[in-house]
Structure formats: C-alpha cells, structure tokens
Design a protein around this ligand. Structure first.
Ligand code: PRT
Ligand code: ZN
Length: 286
C-alpha cells in the first residue's frame, strides 16, 4: 500500500498563512477551501488536517497526525511526547512577564508572593521554580493583558510580539522567559515509509529556507579588481565570471547571504563594482 503522511496545521490564526505558504513553496499543491477540515495534496503523498493550534501537539503525539506545525510555546506548554524536526523561522514571539507601568521593578524577586495571570501555567511554573520564586498562578484562556486592571492578578505572563498590546493596557515587559517560533513536529513511532516521505518534505523545506536566506548577486567589475571581488563574494563553489562586450570588464554572478552582501557592499563598490543587482532565490539545493 502506498503510504501517505498526515500533517496538522492551524485552521485559522497567526500560524496558518505562513504554514500553508511554506507547503506551497515546497511545490505541494492542495485545495484549501474555507471551512474544510481535511484536504489531500494532488501531487505529494500528504494529507492536511486543519485544527486549533492547542490541539496539534496532542494529535501528533497520539498519532492522529504524523506531523504538525505549531508554536514552540504551545508545544512546550502541552508537554506531549513528540520529536521536534525543524524550527521554521516564522511566527516569532516571546513569552514575557509584565506588570503595571507605574510599578518599580528591580529583578525577578519582585514576583515573590505575587499573583500572575497566564495561559501558559506550565512554562511559567517551570520558570518560577527555576528562580525559586513562589507566586500564585491564575490560568486564564484569553485576554490575559486585562487581568491587572480588573484586579484578577498583579502581573501577567503572556505572548509579546511588537509590545503594543502591553502598552495599550498600561503594562511594561520586565522579563522575557521563553522565545518561540513555529516548529515542525513529528510523531515518535513512524513507519519507514512515512519517514522516507518526511525526508523528502524536509529536503524541500531546507531548499526553500536556504533560498530565502540567500540572494543571487550580479555585478559588473573591471578585470583588474576581479580577484578582490571574488574574495568578497565567494558564492557556493566560486562565482561565475562572464566577459562583458566592453573590453576589460566582466560580469560576476554569485550567491551569498543577504547579511554578507550588506557587510561587503562598501568594499565591493570601492573595488570598482557597479551595476549591482540583488535577486531573490526561490529554492536552493547545495
Ligand atoms: O484558534 P487557535 O487556538 O488555533 O489560535 P490561538 O488564538 O490560540 O493562537 P494565535 O493564532 O493567536 O497564535 C498562534 C501562535 O502564533 C502562538 O501560539 C504563537 O506561537 C504565535 N504568535 C506570534 C503569537 C503572536 N505572535 C502574538 N502576538 N500569538 C499570540 N500573539 C498575541 C498575544 O497573545 C497578545 O495578545 O498578540 C498579542 C501581543 O502582540 P503584540 O504585537 O501587541 O505584542
Ligand atoms: Zn490556540
């Protein structure tokens, strides 16, 4: 029988768009009609389950799904037995402690004997324990940021991204306790056939991720500077050098990380490079 893998992705929320874009960038086609709970790819042996993110670690650990894409915060909080296959680099956020803006804060001992509202009692409990702090944890499922203003708790532990929700609620972030991003998780007891399909998927994800973090750079340079320029943009194996129609000039093509490009831009220009083009790469297989 031909195996097929089943992946759980968030149905609708902050992880959904990026999870589905990643799958599409891997060349995997599927129909994602609104309200659908399940879908099967037409060109890769994969089936999708669209779920609430809270349920994804459990479904993967129970084997209802073989793979899942979920925030690391949810994964650690739910504490289920699964393998973390890959960090995916999107939905980045942090879990932080915050208190009313006007409060004086020196260090984490501030929280001794205080009450804290959170949707992440496990991560918060483990953190407080590691700091030997005794605080009362109120678990609430949403709108955590209003807890201090309605007198439910003295501080909160919640997800922060830009920080504007805290600010709008008169709170200040005082400790970051956990960093999170979307992760790909897998069931721990998968058949060889399923593992082989997952390897193919990971190969594609790696190619997409490599492509995103690198750029294709083309520039023109006088031949006497070529050696210097090659050292600045060494590329995957070595740059491609093509002669220009104008005598004494060449076109140099290379691949490098965007950071590396910006670090070297002044030196490239000083070496005589001109007509510099930086082009996105869709996929990159090394
Ligand atoms: O319906 P379902 O249960 O599937 O979704 P959900 O509402 O539980 O989760 P969702 O879609 O809000 O978030 C899914 C995942 O995205 C989280 O588990 C995190 O891993 C990640 N993520 C990234 C975030 C944020 N950024 C984020 N900013 N999750 C929540 N927030 C919220 C936060 O709770 C707070 O209310 O945004 C507010 C803070 O944002 P800033 O920008 O104002 O600081
Ligand atoms: Zn949720």
């Amino acid at each position: 029988m031909n195996s097929i893998i089943r992946i759980a992705v968030q149905k609708s929320g902050r992880l959904s768009d990026d999870s589905l874009s990643l799958i599409k960038e891997c060349g995997i086609k599927f129909y994602n009609g609104t309200g659908k709970l399940k879908s099967t790819s037409t060109n890769f042996p994969i089936e999708f389950l669209f779920l609430r993110d809270d349920d994804i670690p459990g479904y993967v650990s129970d084997g209802v799904a073989d793979l899942g894409i979920v925030g690391e915060n949810e994964l650690v909080e739910k504490d289920r037995e699964v393998s973390l296959l890959k960090r995916l680099g999107f939905s980045k956020c942090r879990l932080s402690l915050a208190i009313p803006k006007g409060e004086d804060y020196e260090d984490v001992n501030y929280f001794e004997g205080k009450s804290l509202a959170t949707s992440y009692p496990k991560i918060l409990g483990d953190y407080l324990k590691s700091k030997n702090i005794h605080a009362e944890i109120h678990e609430i499922s949403g709108s955590v940021e209003i807890a201090p203003s309605i007198g439910l708790a003295e501080g909160i532990c919640d997800i922060v991204s830009s920080g504007s929700t805290l600010m709008m609620n008169g709170l200040k972030e005082v400790e970051e306790i956990f960093k999170s991003e979307a992760v790909l998780i897998a069931n721990k007891n998968l058949s060889e056939e399923k593992l082989a399909i997952i390897d193919k998927l990971l190969f594609r994800i790696n190619a997409v991720q490599k492509g995103k973090s690198n750029k294709y750079v083309l520039l023109n340079a006088p031949n006497e500077s070529l050696e210097k320029i090659i050292n600045l943009i060494p590329g995957m194996r070595s740059p491609t050098i093509l002669p220009l129609a104008q005598e004494g000039w060449s076109s140099v093509h290379s691949v490098l990380s965007e950071d590396q490009f910006w670090e070297n831009i002044e030196e490239l220009r000083a070496a005589g490079a001109e007509g510099i083009l930086v082009v996105p790469i869709e996929k990159m297989v090394i």
